[in-house]
Design a protein around this ligand. Structure first.
Ligand code: NAI
Length: 270
């Protein structure tokens, strides 16, 4: 169902790899809600992915950019404004990758070159993106910037590995940069802390199915899906959340405030 929530708004969406991606669902929903936007992803992901289908479906152009490369970001932000015909109203950072996770390197035995690469892709890229938007004065007043995160930034999930540290950094950058974006440009910056979701990045985490089923049983409303995450993200891009900023917002069916649920207690009884 469409509410025209983003009618006339222009945006930039990072991270749509395939139809399971949270960014993919967000792009589909943003299109339905009347937004126009540019899609972007790393050149290698564009070669592997099916983003063309999404671009056709949403009438949008695709510009390749490695989010760790400031020159790519500068070029992307300039071109996006040309294509869309003005400054941006919303930006979604939906990017995450850990080589240690991918290659099964344990948290206590990290390859630090991989750790640094993962930090650059998953967290520092958010600072690079915001610094480029800020310097280019590319955001409209009352615009909104959102990045996606996971609760392993606050609590221990052993198999989440160095991504936990990356997410802690990402959330801190949202607050620190959000201050300057708010003061100087009247732009809000938030992170959404999403339930485990079966996407390419999610399923890369060891023991993901167990992890997801546990969260499902712990959450009074059950896990939030990628589509529900897309809908929540759109509210943050809309004019109904103008004074929400510097927040880490849990979108997890209630998981983050649970101690234990009846289902888990019963499963633990002999
Ligand atoms: P996904 O695998 O579909 O998306 C990750 C994206 O990051 C891909 O499109 C990939 O191409 C992109 N990417 C990787 N390196 C890049 C680079 N150098 N430059 C530009 N883009 C690059 O997976 P998903 O789950 O949709 O991930 C989106 C966000 O949601 C990530 O930040 C992830 O950590 C976060 N998240 C995911 C959860 C899950 O369980 N799937 C739970 C909570 C947060």
């Amino acid at each position: 169902m469409s509410y025209n929530l983003l009618k006339g708004k222009r945006g930039l969406i990072f991270g749509a790899l395939d139809e399971n991606s949270i960014a993919w669902k967000t792009a589909e929903r943003a299109h339905e809600e009347g937004a126009t936007f540019v899609l972007t992803n790393a050149p290698v992901a564009l070669r592997m992915g099916t983003i063309k289908t999404l671009a056709e479906k949403t009438n949008s152009e695709v510009i390749p950019a490695d989010a760790t490369n400031v020159e790519d970001l500068q070029d992307l932000i300039e071109k996006s404004q040309e294509i869309l015909g003005g400054k941006l109203d919303f930006v979604l950072h939906s990017i995450g990758m850990s080589i240690n996770v991918r290659k099964g390197k344990h948290y206590t035995d990290q390859n630090y070159n991989w750790t640094q690469k993962g930090l650059d892709v998953s967290a520092l890229s958010f600072h690079k993106l915001m610094q480029t938007l800020y310097k280019k004065d590319a955001m409209n007043e009352w615009g909104s910037i959102v990045a996606l995160t996971y609760m392993a930034a606050q609590r221990v999930f052993p198999d989440y590995n160095d991504m936990a540290d990356n997410k802690a950094y990402l959330e801190s950058v949202a607050r620190s940069f959000g201050y300057f974006f708010g003061k100087d440009k009247k732009v809000r910056v938030n992170t959404i802390s999403q339930s485990p979701t079966p996407t390419s990045a999610g399923q890369g985490v060891k023991g993901f199915t167990g992890f997801m089923n546990y969260a499902e049983k712990m959450s009074p409303l059950g896990n939030a899906t990628a589509l529900e995450c897309a809908d929540y993200t759109l509210t943050l891009f809309s004019d109904f959340t103008k004074k929400v900023t510097l927040q880490n917002l849990y979108h997890d069916g209630g998981f983050s405030n649970m101690g234990v649920s009846q289902e888990i207690v019963e499963a633990m009884e002999d």
